[in-house]
Structures are given as structure tokens and as C-alpha cells.
Design a protein around this ligand. Sequence first.
Ligand SMILES: [Zn+2]
Length: 191
Amino acid sequence: MRCLSCHKLNFATFCKTCQSNLLQPSVTQRTCGDLEVYSFFKYQNIEDLLLTKHTPQGFKLYKALAKLSFKPFIKKFMKEDNRVIYVVGIDENVKSGYAHVALLTHEMKMKNVKVEHARLMAQNKINYSGKTLQFRLENPRDFVYRGKKGVEVILVDDIVTTGTTLMEASKVLKQNRVDVLFALTLAGVEP
Ligand SMILES: [Zn+2]
């Protein structure tokens, strides 16, 4: 098989060179409303890779990137914490054979971290890509939450662009007596 990034022959999803040069997560933070959003990669840096999202390689890509970012993050986070935390992925519906966000949240499973899939689903499936902030605000996702109430939650999405989706999701969770700690995304588009 070949490295997904440089296409050199290699036994793992990414070769060592790409892992240490290109794919070192560096967390950036932004505030969307009253929600802190952390992104592991700059969207522009992994844009070409993310374009494979809807191909069979996209499955491997998401898994490999999640192992490099979400997994070490939650391990470190839980070291300083004894609480039970829930992880809620945004709109884990199955496209091209799998749910992208579910691959990310799956890597966060550990002691005291409960990952339950497909608990926060959008009723409005309209495509936001390339759309303006105004359009996004006028066409909300209309999330329905079917997860546990009265718990502390980390929200997860794959890409944050304007933050409208995350803010809407956070609002719906709060209406369900969920305490949203912060949001994690794989990649952030620079505003
Ligand atoms: Zn490589």
C-alpha cells in the first residue's frame, strides 16, 4: 500500500515523514458565541487529503487522522480529570458507507469517556459547502438530540467553517440540560 499523503510505498496509512512533518496536529482555538472550539489541523494544510472524504480511502484517512489527534488529546485531557464525560458527534449520518464524524469520536473511547453514536441528528440535510454565513443562518440544521441529559459533553465535528453548525448544536444540547464543555474539530477553516 501507499502513504495516503505522499503516495510513497509504505505499510501504514501515512509514512513516518508525513506523520512528523505534515501531520503533526497543532491545536488552534476560536470562540463561537459562548463556545470554545479547538481544531487540530488547519483546513488548508490537509485540504487535498480531505477531498478523498467520499472515496474508500476517506475511511482510512479519517481513522488515521483521528489516531494522531483526537486520541492523544482525550488521553491527556482525562489524565487531569476523574469526571465521566460524554462525547457527542454532530450528525453522524452514513454517507459513502460510513459516518465521518463517528470515526473521529470512536477514537476517543476510553475509561470515563462515553461515546454514543448518532444521538444528535440534523433534520435539515441542506449542503452548506461554499454557502455564505447568511445562508447558513437562514437554513438552520434543526438538530434533534436523543442522547443522555444532565451530563457533560464534548461536541465533535470534522470541519469548522463559520461555527454556525456548532453553535446551533450547542444550543440544542443546552436546551436538553446538557453541559457543553467545548467543541473539537479535525480541521478549522481560517476565518
Ligand atoms: Zn508520506
